[in-house]
Design a protein around this ligand. Sequence first.
Ligand SMILES: O=c1ccn([C@@H]2O[C@H](COP(=O)(O)OP(=O)(O)O[C@H]3O[C@H](CO)[C@@H](O)[C@H](O)[C@H]3O)[C@@H](O)[C@H]2O)c(=O)[nH]1
Ligand SMILES: [Mn+2]
Length: 707
Amino acid sequence: MVTFASEEGEPDVLNTVQVAPLVHLNRAHAVIYSCAILGLLYNRAHSLLRSPDHLSFALFLTITVADLVFAFMWALAQAFRWRPVRRQEEGWPGLDVFICTADPYKEPPMSVANTALSAMAFDYPTDRLSVYISDDGGSPLTLFAFMEAARFARYWLPFCREQGRVERCPEAYFRSGAGSGGHCEKIKIMYQRMKERVEKTVERGCVDPGCITCEEEREIFEKWNSGFSRQEHPPIIQVLADSSKDLDISDSPLPNLIYVSRGKSRASPHHFKAGALNALIRVSSIMTNGAVILTLDCDMYSNDPKAPQRALCYLLDSEMSYKLAYVQFPQRFRGINSHDTYGGPYYLGSACFFSRACFREASSPPSPAASLSAGRLPGDSISSETVIGKAHLVTGCDYERGTSWGSTTGIRYGSLSEDHNSGYHMLCRGWESVFCDPEPPAFLGDVPITLNDVLIQNKRWSLGLLQVGFSRYSPVIFGCRWAPLPMAMCYARYAFWPIWCIPVSIYAALPQVALVYQVPLFPKASDAWFYLYAYLFLTAYAQDLIDFLGARGTVRSWWNDQRMWMIRAVTSNLFGVFQFSLQKMGFSGSGFNVTSKLMDDEQVKRYDGGFFDFGAESPFFVSLGTIAVINLVSLAVGLGRSLSGGSLQDMFLQVLLSGFVVVNCWPIYEASVLRADKGRMPVTVIRSSLFLAGVVFCAAYFTFSTV
Ligand SMILES: O=c1ccn([C@@H]2O[C@H](COP(=O)(O)OP(=O)(O)O[C@H]3O[C@H](CO)[C@@H](O)[C@H](O)[C@H]3O)[C@@H](O)[C@H]2O)c(=O)[nH]1
Ligand SMILES: [Mn+2]
């Protein structure tokens, strides 16, 4: 039998056994009835013994035999009545889908609604499926988009079932040009009208009273009164579709759709996405308590309606389900340009199916479960006042104060890379996980398409990972002790990933500057040691290339990837390490900068053309520009001096290194000098880079001239 542990600590079985309600009456009746039978037999025996003649004895004997057989059969029948049960197969564990959004202007509500619609259209029994949306932006615009989505879902879900296509995200469906015919046209027009209404509303910045269809909706929007701000507001929870009563146009129940904007206050930390997920874990445990939880970022959508079934293949496997915390699908991205200019991210944190059990307090696979909170009572609907009341309670801004949420319960706090951190801690407690990578991809997401956005995202990861690496639970100490060693090493490699910046930054400037002053830092070309250096460099690069090609990459995308590795090292990683140090010294805080999901047409064109987008006055670019200038100058001056002074042999590796960096920096020179589009390097950035490079050469002059 397959079981899931539920909130009350009892297994939430996939089949239920119910003892018939009349069982006690049956049993009482059996006792009385058997007494009556005994009485009857006594009476018969009495009659037999006192029968006056043979005939009546024979008659009584016969009837007594009949009665005995009756009694015997009756007695046997009691086995059927003693504990009659009614069994029912649940078949499907409840699935609660969590979608996070945080800002209606960086994360367009229409695309968040698309994510939700694609999940509502999973091939999954709709009465076992619930979609929760966490709105950290606390925005009526997002709620409005979801009200529209709930209405559209009534048409969309039957349409998807009928068409049987894998694209269930309306935007992706219509973009792919799929479907034809009058019915399809009608749905498409309906979708476009909804999109227009939502986008107009976002543009206007407030919900037009004309778009509100009933008194109930008006009341909801009144919650956004003058005292309401994004940082300071009470929780808002709204059931937009209730599968126990809302039907689609083909009379099938809709999945539950629930909007949650947790309470916020400047006085209590809200822990960003990790806090949002924990609030959803609590609300859902009260409302639907699904044994399986899927977390999705708002910039991802389902590309395979059978993804939940794939996950269940693992989560329901009796061999592993008791120790399995989650099944992670890869984050695959649509719209990555053909050469993957920015080295598409590898990171997880979305598209992950969890077993609810792993979020329980200090949970580990063999430990008896402590309870999270009481679930909903059987007859209560999710929109009932008691349920909504409880849900408000657990999403209040102070609810977590003094509890274990974020430390031993739920998603872990303390790192901006909450996914890396939480997965790592589950592993240390003995949970296991599975990576599921079907083809075609089960989920598709968006990537940032400007270099600055990529680097901002990277810097956040750098900070978040260092917060894990240098915590008292560091994978190199705590992890090596509590997790399998190879796993601890993998997590450590990620946790310390930002310190690439140390060697790369040194190699990006020091040998070059030394070249200018003709100070050799490597063995000369005729030296035997030279071959050791060449071997180390070449094989490291070759291995990387082979790994890359093995993972479906091309030579060109590998080249871009190694370039991005250098770029990240001297920008986002470096700035991340710097900010982390300031933080440790108490000079700086950290926040979760939501990655922008807006796509300006021109930016898309530049990105698709494979051009770097430098169109922002970003400090990252100053750092890059400085390196680019240093290398170009060093190569020119250094090579000249080496040739004229006859020291090329001595300086060979340094010349080669500057040359290699210069080749990698080509897009930077191009963007600074040759380009005229909006993605060119801003003049202020060029000026600052030249100035900083000048400072470096001055410092070098004073250092090397004393050598
Ligand atoms: O205060 C916040 C901040 C963010 N989010 C949500 O978190 C998700 C991820 O944010 P995004 O800006 O898209 O970050 P990415 O850099 O794209 O996210 C990657 O990195 C994060 C960790 O840094 C992981 O959580 C993500 O799953 C992973 O895709 C989005 O749905 C946001 O709406 C919140 O709910 N509340
Ligand atoms: Mn994202």
